[in-house]
Design a protein around this ligand. Structure first.
Ligand code: NAP
Length: 248
């Protein structure tokens, strides 16, 4: 049985991935921080479509809550076999010269450390899961900002995602001898609510014309790539990156 934890799956890319993987037969652990109603909607949608899922509230920037969440998942669903490190946050657009240490540190503790801690706990589960360890896989959700830089908007976020790229490469090499694959998707401008948190709800429409494909992307388009990377169809891919940025 494939059991996947998707961090931050109450909305946006995480929610689309939850729907997509449930339709593939995964049992989905839906994690969220505070928006219980949105998480419950996704949960109900999956159940109504005949899928299997359960809700797990936890703030993944809190190590204790992550450890407790994994214990609860094991009790309720079993040991996870797949992980999508997805939850991420933006802050209001700002140039580097205005950024405080507090803001930069917050960005890193929200977007980088939780990926390490969730992966750490997931690896322990995978080594003793119901599937052979070599069938287990991790996908990290980074961002095209990691190579574009996020200038004048959020260089702190871009740098945090750059750390996720390095994390993907390093972890993939550590786990390759066991056959656990670790890959990464780097979305560009995707229609989700994250842009409102960055201070510009219509950001995707503003930049769409500047993109080679002349449009923003959908959460489903990112979910499709995550689905492939987790699947056995990607069995020889590890430490790789799929850029979903409309040609940027
Ligand atoms: P979103 O719509 O803002 O959704 C974020 C999700 O993360 C929500 O489910 C939220 O839960 C959860 N979350 C945030 N902090 C959390 C925490 N500390 N603990 C647990 N859950 C937490 O974001 P999105 O646009 O789908 O982005 C998903 C990922 O894609 C992020 O890593 C983001 O950086 C990346 N990305 C997005 C874009 C884009 O254009 N949308 C582009 C590149 C990369 P609650 O609702 O309960 O708070």
């Amino acid at each position: 049985m494939k059991i996947v934890l998707i961090t931050g799956s109450s909305r946006g890319i995480g929610a689309a991935t939850a729907r997509c993987l449930a339709a593939q037969g995964y049992v989905v652990a839906i994690n969220y921080k505070s928006n219980h109603q949105a998480a419950e909607e996704i949960h109900n949608e999956i159940l109504a479509a005949g899928g299997k899922a359960a809700l797990f509230q936890a703030d993944i920037s809190d190590e204790q809550q992550v450890v407790a969440m994994f214990k609860t998942i094991e009790t309720r669903l079993g040991r996870i076999t797949h992980l999508v490190n997805n939850a991420g946050v933006l802050q209001t657009q700002m140039r580097v010269e205005e950024m405080s240490a507090e803001r930069v540190n917050w960005m890193l503790t929200q977007n980088v450390t939780p990926y390490f801690i969730c992966a750490r706990e997931a690896i322990k589960h995978m080594r003793d899961a119901s599937l052979p360890v070599a069938s287990c896989a991790i996908v990290n959700v980074s961002s095209a900002a990691s190579y574009l830089g996020g200038a004048n908007e959020y260089v702190d976020y871009a740098a945090a995602k750059g750390a996720i790229d390095s994390f993907t490469k390093g972890l993939s090499l550590e786990l390759a001898p066991e056959g656990i694959r670790v890959n990464c998707v780097r979305p560009g401008c995707i229609y989700t609510d994250i842009h409102a948190d960055g201070g510009e709800p219509n950001r995707v429409d503003r930049v769409a014309e500047l993109l080679p494909l002349k449009r923003g992307g959908t959460a489903q388009e990112v979910a499709n790539a995550i689905k492939w990377l987790l699947s056995d169809d990607a069995s020889y891919a590890t430490g790789t990156f799929i850029d979903l940025a409309g040609g940027k």
